[in-house]
Design a protein around this ligand. Sequence first.
Ligand code: BES
Ligand code: MN
Ligand code: ZN
Length: 509
Amino acid sequence: MTALTLSTAAASGLRADAIVVGVAKGPKGPVVAPGAEAVDKAYDGGLAAILETLGATGAEGEVTKLPAPSGFKAPVVVAVGLGAVPEKDESFSAEALRRAAGVAARALAGAKKAAFALPVTDAADAGAVAEGARLGAYAFDAYKETGRGGSAAKNGKAPLAEVTLLGGKPRDAAYKAAVARATAVTEELNRARDLINTPPNDLTPEAFAAVATAAGKEHGIKVQVLDEKALAKGGYGGILGVGAGSAAAPRLVKLSYTSPKAKKSLAFVGKGITYDSGGISLKPAGHNETMKCDMSGAAAVFAAVVAAARLGLEVNVTGWLALAENMPSGSATRPGDVLRMYSGKTVEVLNTDAEGRLVLADALWKASEDKPDAIVDVATLTGAMVLALGSRTFGVMANDDAFRGSIVEAAEEVGEESWPMPLPEHLRKGMDSPTADIANMGERMGGGLVAGLFLREFIGEGITWAHLDIAGPAFNEAGPFGYTPKGGTGSAVRTLVRLAELTAAGDLG
Ligand code: BES
Ligand code: MN
Ligand code: ZN
C-alpha cells in the first residue's frame, strides 16, 4: 500500500516522479492554490497562465501535466483541479482535498514516488490528503498476472508507491495523529474493497470468516465463528434458510473489540451475501453480474471494527457478519417456505431474492441480546434504494430521528453522501402473511423502506437502531472518480469509524 510521509522539504530538491499542485477555478480563470507558491515562483509566477494555455480551468477532477521548472529534480508537475476558489476567509473543504489527492494518485498510477504540495492549512487537511491519496491509489490486481509476482512495469499501472506530503508539520503531534488515523482507516477500507472485489468462487462465507479470524488475531479482537452446525443448534433459521441452496455453508461471525476505558458500546451488523443469484426467485441476466458485491455491508463492518481497534478508540465495538451464499438448488429455500428465525418469529419467504433481510434479522436479534447502546446495520439491501437515491448516496433509516440525523451528519463529516429516509407505518401491513408472523416482502413501492420496516421487527426492545442501505454506492459500475475506484468502494466504512469515534468522545447517544 502506498507509503506516506510528512515533509518540510522544498519541492525543487525532491527526488520524485512528480510534484502535485492544486489549481482552483477562479472567476477569471485558473488560480494556483496555496501550497504551490514555490513551484509557481520557479515558473516566474506564470503557472496559472501556463495552465490556462493548456486548457486547465481548475474544475474538480481535472488533471494537467506539464514539465517541471528547470532546476527541479522531479521531471513533471501535475496540476489537479480543486473546484471553485473558497469564499473569503475560508479554506478548501476536506472533501475537495480528498478528491483532488485521489485524482492525482490515480493519474500517477505506474509512478513510484510523488510529492503532494496541496493547500493544507491544518492537521485535518493533512489527514484528508493522506486519505485521498491512499484511497485513490488503490488497485485490485490479485487476479492479474502483475499481482502474481509478474512485472508490474509491464503494463505501467502499479499503484503509486510513495507519497510525500508537503506543507504539513512532521513533528506536530496533531499532524502525526491525523496521518496515522488516515493510514489505519484507508488500509482497512482498501481491505474491504479487496474483499468486495474478490470473486465469489473464492470468497465463500467460510473464506470470509477465516479472513476475519486472522485479522482478529493480528489486532487483538476476539472473533467467534458459528458454522452451519452451530447455527442449526442455535436456531438461526434466517441465515440457514438463505444458505440452504449453496454448496458453501453459511457463517455468523462476531468480532468483539473492547477498550478498558469504554463507557459505551456499539454493535455493527453487516449483510454478507457472498453471492446473490436471487435463489429460486432467480435474478435475470443483467442483474447478477455484480452480485459478488452483496457482502459489502459485512466488509464495511469488518473494516470498521478493525480500524476502531487499531485506533484504540475508547468504546466497545462488536461487529456481526451475517455470511451466506444465495443459490438455487434442490436444497434451496422455496418461495412459500416458512423459516423460524433466531428471534422465534416465523417468516414466510415469498421471494428468495429478498434474502438480505433474512440473514440480518438473525444477526440483529443476536446483537440485541448484548444490549448495546446502539445498533447500526449496513447492507446492499434493495434495488429500490438505488432507484430512489442513485449510485452515490446511501439511505439512512432508524427507530430514532435524532440518531438518524447524527448518522447523516457523521457521514457528511467524513465525505460520504447519505440521506435520511422514513419508515412509514402504513407499509408494515403489506408484509402481513396468512401463514406466518410476517412475510419477507411487501408493497413494491417504497421497497427500501419496506425492507427497513422488516428489519425493525428484529431489534430488541428499547435499543436505538439505524439501517444504512448502501445498495447504490457500495459498488461503482461506472468509471473511477475522485478517490473512488471502479468496483468495490468501501462505502460506509468511514461513517462507521466516525460513529465509533463520536461515541467514544461521548458526542453520540
Ligand atoms: N442484493 C439485492 C439488492 C441490490 C440490488 C444490491 C442492486 C445492489 C444493487 C437484494 O438482495 C435484492 O435482491 N433485493 C430485492 C428485494 C425484492 C425481491 C423485495 C430487490 O431490491 O429487487
Ligand atoms: Mn437478493
Ligand atoms: Zn442481496
